[in-house]
Design a protein around this ligand. Sequence first.
Ligand code: HEM
Length: 533
Amino acid sequence: MLSKILCASLSLNLNSRHPHALPPLIHPLALAPHPAEAKPRTPTPPLDANASGPPLLLAAAAALLLAAAALGWLLAGQHGAAARRGDDAPHLRLQDPQPGALHRRPRGAPRQRLLHHPRLRRAHRLLRRPGLQPPPPRRRGPRRRLQLPVLHRHAARPALAAPHQGPRAPPPPRAHAHPPRPPRVAAAPRPHRPPRPRHHAAVGARRHRPPPRRGQEDHLQPHRQAARQHRPRALDRERPPRVRQAHRRLLLHPVPLRPPPPFHHLRPGAQGEEESGRGSAGGDKRMDDKVENGAANGKEDDKIEKKDMVEELLEAEGGSFSEEEMVDFCLSLLVAGYETTSVLMTLAVKFLTETPTALAQLREEHENIRDVKGKNQPLEWSDYKSMPFTQCVINETLRVANLISGVFRRANTDIHFKDYIIPKGCKIFASFRAVHLNTEHYENARTFDPWRWQSKNKLQNAEGASLFTPFGGGPRLCPGYELARVVVSVFLHHLVTRFSWEEAEEDRIVFFPTTRTLKGYPINLRRRPDSVF
Ligand code: HEM
């Protein structure tokens, strides 16, 4: 109370023209006027040394302060007396009120708690007893339902709305009023049911349902029927038996997936197959025959001389892959072969766009090939070897871009390398980038210069000295290295002979975490007038 009065009296001074009238020990927050007492403030006029206002105001403030202190002392004494008598509101009482004193905690004294409620105080006292165990939780019996008399809804309202008037008689029912509801019957306790065995949820299992009792009809019956009509095809008994059998065979005996290997029509010898009428399905047929013959006769088809990678693997695995192997194989090829090849294509296009002389030379090479082979003739696998400048472009793109920046290897024995020893078991990162961009090995190493590979021996020398290893090396050499070259060569052939293009947006290469262009290097393509489709 005292502080409130002090605040009220001092808040007057807030509006005075003298900010220094505030006593320095009082927190400014305590001086904020109560919202109800707050008056609209007038803008503060500039200070005038000759004005008589300040001395008068100071005197008034001092008088008010004195009066407030006296009043506070009186009231606090009253409050203390009331507290001792116990007739004050208990939740407002301090634990140890000192009449007339501000309850400041002396320095070092233990902190006193304000306990606002006798229950809280009792709990606090109990908790402070040494070795006191918390009381056990109160046991609750089964929940009792509150049985209320069922009243007409109009009858309950007046009693709640106006209790002082006493319960009123329910109004006479109107013609359109609802008839009173029948009294509720307390639901009988449910008998304990054992948990339903899981196989009831299994596909195709039907649960025996007793016929619904009267008043308990199954309202979901039409929905259930509709759902049964739209059940998955696997459960559809109306499918022809041939399809059902095939489905069952597929589920029970997974057969090896044999997709046509990519670019298999470009394989050496595939051309002959196409001419002899086997076409692109020839590869599949051959593999089917081989697998079936192998399974039936237990011996290999001798007519097949050259095998692709899938065939080799199939042979090694005894004719079929497990599902895990198939998934692993597909994922490995996707991860290892997709992004690398597509980024190589993109970067080749970017470097060629920025080096028009190289593009012109490449175009010339491919137009010559097209003229020699005939305009509508497809390329063969081995054709990429007769595209020397295309291989120079691919090599230089691989060298500058470093699609794979290096590989990890672990030393199986202590390795002495120059002045260093790599201890056994140590893992090292062989950085291709560091070698490919080393100016000691490559002049102007950061410049795209496909002509540097034109000397026939250059690449072999570089590979021999492990100075050019975009596909790794050793027993883990990338198995897709040739495929990648063929794919990019075929792509470049069709691109440069059929289209011209220009950059759609400026783009740049980033090398971390992987090499790629920021925007995918968008280009605007234009079909060349003499292009053939
Ligand atoms: C421009 C394209 C490609 C580049 C630059 C590239 C590069 C590499 C490199 C550096 C390695 C690690 C070799 C090592 O550890 O010594 C590798 C491994 C591998 N690459 Fe490629 N690759 C390319 C395309 C492909 C393609 C098209 C495929 C398959 C379709 C493929 C499949 C694999 C596989 C399966 C491995 C793991 C080999 C192993 O660990 O034994 N790569 N590749």
